[in-house]
Ligand binder design. Structure first.
Ligand code: C5P
Length: 205
């Protein structure tokens, strides 16, 4: 069984993907982490994330980089969004994601193009979304809990810029795939969002 989950940053798709993987007993791949690793590796190489050759070279990042907590930072998210525009970067990460999706027994993958490009044959497809205001509030609460001083306005502006880049790019733009169920988590807490996601997956099986 393959479950494909797409959606914008801070929509709750990561939390939902992990919960679905636990519920159905499937391995999970957070594909955003791969793009974050490429973005971080470009920076470590002293390269330019907007240069396709520099970005492509960074797809050869060491496996150990995936465990680096720095990948979770806003800076790495911004770099990921820039390197992910290049078709050659997406192509370089394709085989790895498809191999994970097609492993015997199935898998849960979350990202931006799972149901549209990586696994259009998935058994269940979810498109998770939430308003920019709701997503900014979650991100702000997360960062404030970590003792960081940020304004909600700055986070909202950053999210909106990231959305525009992800949805506006020519290769594999973020969009709801044909047959994907839409789940808006704006007004839902964690438990309610996970319960709704499980129900939507079961309906598609
Ligand atoms: O989901 P996350 O915020 O970790 O993703 C970081 C960035 O990586 C996104 O803003 C997006 O530009 C890119 N990405 C992508 N395709 C995916 C996953 C992430 O382009 N499947």
């Amino acid at each position: 069984m393959i479950i494909a989950i797409d959606g914008p940053t801070a929509s709750g798709k990561g939390t939902i993907a992990r919960a679905l993987a636990a519920h159905f007993g499937l391995p999970h791949l957070d594909t955003g982490l791969l793009y974050r690793a490429v973005g971080r590796q470009v920076a470590l190489n002293g390269g330019n994330p907007d240069d396709p050759a520099d970005a492509l070279a960074a797809t050869a990042f060491p496996e150990s980089l995936l465990a680096d907590p720095e990948l979770r930072s806003e800076a790495s998210g911004g770099l990921a969004s820039r390197v992910s525009i290049h078709p050659e970067v997406r192509a370089a990460l394709l085989a790895r994601q498809q191999a994970f999706a097609n492993q015997p027994g199935g898998a849960v993958l979350d990202g931006r193009d799972i149901a549209t490009v990586i696994a259009p044959h998935a058994d269940a497809k979810l498109f998770i979304t939430a308003s920019v205001a709701a997503r900014a509030l979650r991100r702000w609460a997360e960062m404030t809990a970590q003792g960081r001083q940020v304004s909600r306005e700055a986070i909202e502006a950053d999210l909106a810029a990231r959305d525009a880049r992800d949805a506006g790019r020519a290769t594999a733009p973020l969009r709801q795939a044909e047959g994907a169920a839409l789940l808006d988590t704006s007004a839902l807490g964690r438990e309610a969002a996970v319960a709704a996601a499980i129900a939507l997956v079961e309906k598609q099986l």
